[in-house]
Write a protein that binds this ligand. Structure first.
Ligand SMILES: [Zn+2]
Length: 452
């Protein structure tokens, strides 16, 4: 098989033509360009890695509808390299819609494609996992822009889980939640952050700083009622996809967390707030330990219903990641160990955003690979400078659309183009995505304001 690593590098010439003031050495340029690995080499590597045993992924789902605005996605047959089963991964997601169902449906249908589109082709598994957090951010923002262009007003939370081997990557906006019950230590951890204005001080501050007003509903006599909301719009969430009629500081940029489970595996419980308003993370995990995933999901929904009644849509996915030589989850850990970990690491309270209770790595069972929740797009997309693989044309880091060079220069007046201008150190963004970025930071609206 002929290697394409010897292909002459046309990059420097293109750069010199377009930006005569830039003097980059060939070495500098090749550092900026992702290395291309021939497909055959990749498949060979994947086949060799196949021997490293992959866990089984088993899942169950249960739901009770009140308003019919919860949707979920299960795709257990995705492949990083199409046609190569050794590169399989699975996706589980919950979308809790509000003010209608169109956002939840649109996101269910389009988000996965947009995420995968933002991951470079022909990279190794390691590189793919490393590229995933950034691709999740790009996919969420792209899907939000696309939905808002439709002019519909609904919105949705998203809790999106990618499982590749023992590595679990979770991206979320809103107040649906994903917890991990580590079956070995009996420690329950939150893999998401609640983007509810009521619970999240940091998000309240961000929204206020970007020009939103946070307050409660006023009723007769000036009495304040209900949860904290953001105005204009009156949404209780600080992040979501959709919501064209609220302020643009309600952003679609997800909190992303990536962990690697030990070979003992673990259980994920992904559910909409109908569950979490009734049960703490601990209660949900404990209510179904030792049961197979399908029964476990039903039991969690039943338990939530028992304690609170059917007040909201209630959807629950239970996903077991288990060693392939072990057909069922190991039994509940010994009491002593349980009590010890509770003592050492504290219980995770229902609305906790306290990071100290959420330190998985301290337990020594689950390895924390990545966590980032900033709402600033520049911080989430990194600082390198991607280009379309073959054309030498700039590619927008969010929507992945190729841009003609001239347009690129005017769209992005960062230091790469003119050192004197205000710094924007992120990667290349097209005009539309750049506008969206500024709007999310409260700089200017990217669309006409809708009266509320
Ligand atoms: Zn774009």
């Amino acid at each position: 098989m002929q290697s394409n690593e010897e292909t002459p590098n046309v990059w420097p010439y293109l750069l010199d033509l377009r930006f005569p003031s830039l003097h980059l050495s060939t070495a500098e340029v090749s550092r900026m360009k992702p290395p291309l690995v021939p497909l055959a080499t990749l498949i060979g590597r994947e086949l060799r890695n196949e021997k490293v045993e992959k866990p089984f992924v088993k899942f169950g789902q249960a739901a009770l509808a009140k308003k019919g605005e919860d949707y979920f996605l299960v795709k257990s047959d995705c492949q990083r390299i199409p046609g190569n089963p050794a590169t399989s991964f699975s996706v589980f997601a919950i979308f809790d819609g509000h003010n209608g169902i169109s956002a939840a449906i649109f996101v269910k249908e389009n988000l996965l494609g947009n995420i995968l589109n933002a991951i470079p082709q022909r990279i190794s598994r390691e590189e793919w996992l490393q590229a995933l957090p950034r691709a999740l951010v790009a996919g969420f923002v792209k899907t939000d822009i696309e939905f808002q262009q439709r002019g519909e007003t609904s919105g949705t939370t998203v809790t999106f889980v990618v499982i590749d081997g023992w590595t679990v990557t979770v991206a979320s906006v809103g107040d649906s939640r994903c917890i991990l019950d580590d079956t070995q230590g009996g420690v329950v951890s939150l893999l998401t952050v609640d983007h509810r204005l009521e619970e999240n001080v940091e998000e309240r501050e961000r929204v206020t700083a970007s020009g939103g007003e946070v307050g409660r509903l006023n009723v007769f006599g000036g009495n304040e009622v209900g949860p904290l909301r953001c105005w204009p719009g009156g949404l209780c969430l600080s992040r979501s996809i959709g919501d064209t009629d609220v302020g643009e500081f309600i952003v679609p940029i997800p909190h992303v967390k990536q962990v690697k489970l030990s070979n003992a595996g673990g259980r994920l419980i992904i559910a909409s707030d109908g569950i979490w308003d009734a049960l703490s993370s601990d209660m949900a995990a404990k209510s179904c330990r030792g049961l197979p995933a399908d029964l476990a999901a039903k039991l969690v929904v039943k338990e939530a219903l028992r304690s609170r009644g059917l007040k909201d849509d209630t959807t629950c996915l239970v996903v077991d990641i288990i060693p392939s030589d072990q057909p069922v989850l190991p039994p509940t850990p010994r009491k002593k160990q349980n009590a010890l970990s509770s003592f050492l690491f504290g219980k995770i309270s229902q609305n906790s955003t306290n990071k100290t209770t959420n330190k998985l790595s301290a337990v020594g069972v689950v390895e924390e690979l990545f966590e980032e929740g900033s709402a600033m797009l520049a911080e989430r997309l990194g600082k390198d400078f991607p280009m379309s693989a073959n054309s030498g044309i700039f590619k927008c880091a969010v929507c992945q659309i190729d841009q003609p060079p001239a347009e690129g220069i005017t769209a992005n007046s960062g230091p790469f183009f003119s050192p004197a201008s205000k710094p924007w150190e992120g990667p290349f963004l097209c005009n539309k995505c750049r506008k969206k970025k500024d709007a999310m930071e409260g700089k200017r609206p990217s669309r006409p304001t809708v009266a509320t």
